[in-house]
Design a protein around this ligand. Structure first.
Ligand code: ZN
Ligand code: ZN
Length: 194
């Protein structure tokens, strides 16, 4: 892990615990203009990939899910509830999720469709159901002190992360974006903005 990556991870964790936030993206907890609707809405979020076949995601701080999932709440009401923080959280705009993913070297960016009961917040949604439609990996190699361009997705430190050509050649398990699309039926790309 590069020193910049270590610092950004610690900064991120520090902010998380300082503000006792419950999920990513956290700034959707601004409840002032919350609004409920039943429809569909595009969202963006960040997660870890913990397995490829079948593909499984892990929330940055809690929860795990597959490509299509239904939200539940430990308080045993229907999720999401107006007076709770449950449901699948996502940003309305890609910029919010890009900002979060750039602070977390081990995360990937997910483009999702929200369905069912959706609570709209200032910058994001909480939804009853989510479907992942695209996975966007970070632009640079996840290996320590390496800033080369991402080439393949490899099993690295227990997660699936992008590595450069040189580092992916040494990896025991690696996939091209096309191989991942064929395996999972969804789209994959590398982030171009950061
Ligand atoms: Zn709840
Ligand atoms: Zn590398």
């Amino acid at each position: 892990m590069g020193s910049d990556k270590i610092i950004s991870s610690y900064k991120y964790l520090f902010n998380y615990f300082k503000n006792s936030k419950v999920d990513i993206p956290v700034n959707t907890n601004i409840l002032l203009d919350k609004k409920v609707f039943y429809d569909d809405a595009r969202g963006y979020k960040i997660a870890h990939i913990e397995s490829i076949n079948p593909i499984k995601f892990k929330g940055i701080f809690k929860g795990s899910y597959g490509i299509i999932s239904q939200a539940t709440c430990f308080r045993e009401h229907k999720a999401p509830d107006l007076d709770c923080t449950c449901g699948f959280h996502s940003f309305k705009n890609i910029e919010g999720a890009v900002r979060e993913v750039s602070k977390k070297w081990s995360a990937v960016l997910l483009k999702i469709e929200n369905y069912g009961r959706i609570i709209e917040h200032t910058s994001g949604y909480r939804s009853q159901e989510q479907e992942i439609v695209e996975i966007i990996f970070q632009k640079n190699c996840a290996k320590v002190f390496c800033s080369r361009e991402s080439f393949k997705i490899c099993k690295f430190l227990g997660l699936y992360l992008p590595l450069c050509k040189k580092h992916s050649e040494k990896s025991g398990e690696s996939y091209s974006l096309l191989e991942l699309s064929n395996l999972t039926g969804i789209e994959f790309s590398f982030l171009k903005i950061i």
